[in-house]
Design a protein around this ligand. Sequence first.
Ligand SMILES: [Zn+2]
Length: 173
Amino acid sequence: MPTLIERAEALRRIREEGGAPACLMCAVAARAVGEVHVVFEDDEMLAFLPRYVRCWGHVCVMPKVHVTSLREVSATVWGRTNALGHKAARVIETVARPRRCYLAATGSSAGELTQSSMHLHLHVIPVHDAEDRPASIFSWQEGVYVGAPDEWEALRATYVRAWRDDDARYGPA
Ligand SMILES: [Zn+2]
């Protein structure tokens, strides 16, 4: 079972894993802040399992190009980010059978933070509890989940298999 840890402990671990990079998302793509659990990757895009999550099964989709506003991202790149988000949501619905799948481009409004980034990215989050609200899903006040290496790998492998099945059915995004 994934383990719930306190926000302060999560922030301590994140700092230990990579300090405070100029851009957290670029650092993830460059593997500069610890292991990356990749669900999908090509030259342009990365979909991965964030390692500190409120909801087990959360996927993050990001364009590799460093873009921090919707004015500067091309329609092509943002369209592909969303197409991959849609695919990730289908995969999550297939594998995890949540009550709901939240899709959100939140990001940081306060510069680079230890746990968030200005770099555009899309959260795809399975919600299992009828009492869950965005305010609790997008906050770490009630702690965050982390997995053991074998738990991360099992989840990743399950998503990768479902991703391939989805590609076969709907085509690649
Ligand atoms: Zn960046």
